[in-house]
Design a protein around this ligand. Structure first.
Ligand code: HMG
Ligand code: MG
Length: 316
């Protein structure tokens, strides 16, 4: 008998009294972050079915794809076709990544309502991921944000390498805070703090969020985006929730990674997050069994088992 059939997890609300929320918004990035890093290109039909199943499982924010240069990320070269064929569900938003005005043109033509720009906190990753210097990336993003807002779109700003960079090592917190506040001043309504290579530990999360709040950033403006390379993503997420964050990025089945950051592996698995939130009595709106079955189905399509412990436990 699996843990699920045995009635686990028992709901035991956290009594540390340190501000866990009643509910959390899950920002599902599987179709974008998950599939951008696959060695093979996943057929558009499979992507459409994945998005459909994720919506069936109750997820309401489904990051769908990226309008980036198709030669840079061939795995998402079908972004225009995907959006053209994607049936929109009421109550579900489908954000897409756009790096520049060309990407925004394509996103607008596809009828999207929510875009995300993606900046780097470090010089090296800005060059590797965007072919721009740290300063030049903001010059590229500025007109994108202005025009997107004029068109009535919501704009999220990702910030990568917030907790460590494989080329530069430790990233000074003031450098991260300067880039984060720049994204907000530019007009992003939310920033998502990325641990792109999955090296962060909870103490770092506490300190970065403390310094961000001290710099005048509100917890309502911040989401967290942890990759799970060193198995710390869930602990980091719990730390961020206790510090006031209410929006968490995760990917179904724990797929994901950035092709331009060699040691990036999968995101925090949505199932692992949901299992923890269930146990803590924090609402999220997701049907865990349905989601786990979707990730098991996707794992078959990708030809390898899910990296999520919860998916394996529930579907094995
Ligand atoms: P570039 O080569 O410097 O581009 O790439 P350019 O501005 O010099 O333009 C060159 C040509 O590309 C032009 O065509 C443009 O029109 C075309 P030409 O005039 O020569 O015929 N072009 C485009 N075509 C289609 N769509 C576009 C586009 N842009 C230019 N959007 C660029 C600069 C930013 C485009 C490139 O570096 C790029 O596409 N980078 C994307 C990298 C990426 O997608 N990385 C993964 C996402 S980030 C991530 O995963 C981290 C995150 O998960 C958070 C975390 O984990 O930390 C978000
Ligand atoms: Mg990522």
């Amino acid at each position: 008998m699996g843990a699920r059939e045995a009635g686990l997890p028992e709901v035991v609300p956290d009594d540390a009294g340190s501000g866990l929320p009643e509910s959390v918004v899950i920002w599902e990035v599987g179709a974008r972050d998950g599939l951008q890093n696959e060695s093979s290109v996943v057929p558009v039909e499979v992507k459409l079915e994945l998005l459909d199943r994720l919506a069936d499982a109750g997820l309401t924010i489904l990051e769908a794809t990226s309008f980036v240069h198709p030669k840079w990320v061939p795995q998402l070269a079908d972004a225009d076709e995907l959006l053209a064929r994607l049936p929109r569900r009421p109550g579900v938003v489908y954000p897409v990544l756009v790096p520049n005005e060309r990407g925004l043109d394509r996103a607008l033509a596809a009828g999207v309502e929510h875009v995300a720009i993606f900046a780097s906190a470090t010089e090296t990753f800005a060059r590797r991921n965007l072919n721009r210097s740290l300063d030049e990336q903001f010059v590229m993003f500025d007109p994108v944000v202005t025009r997107a807002r004029t068109e009535g779109l919501a704009v999220r700003g990702y910030l990568s390498m917030c907790f460590g960079d494989q080329w530069e090592g430790a990233v000074p917190r003031p450098q991260v805070i300067a880039a984060a506040t720049r994204l907000l001043e530019m007009g992003c309504s939310q920033i998502s703090l990325g641990d792109t290579i999955g090296v962060a530990t909870p103490g770092q999360v506490t300190l970065l969020l403390r310094d961000l709040w001290a710099a005048g950033v509100s917890p309502d403006q911040v989401a967290v985006h942890f990759h799970d390379t060193y198995g710390q993503a869930l602990a980091n997420t719990l730390t961020a929730l206790r510090a006031g964050v209410r929006v968490v990025d995760s990917s179904a089945g724990g797929i994901g990674g950035c092709p331009f950051a060699g040691s990036a592996t999968g995101n925090l698995a949505t199932e692992d997050l949901v299992w923890m939130l269930d146990g803590l009595g924090v609402r999220h709106g997701v049907d865990l069994d349905r989601l786990a079955r979707t990730s098991a189905w996707m794992a078959e399509r990708l030809g390898r088992p899910s990296s999520s412990s919860v998916v394996r436990a529930l579907t094995g």
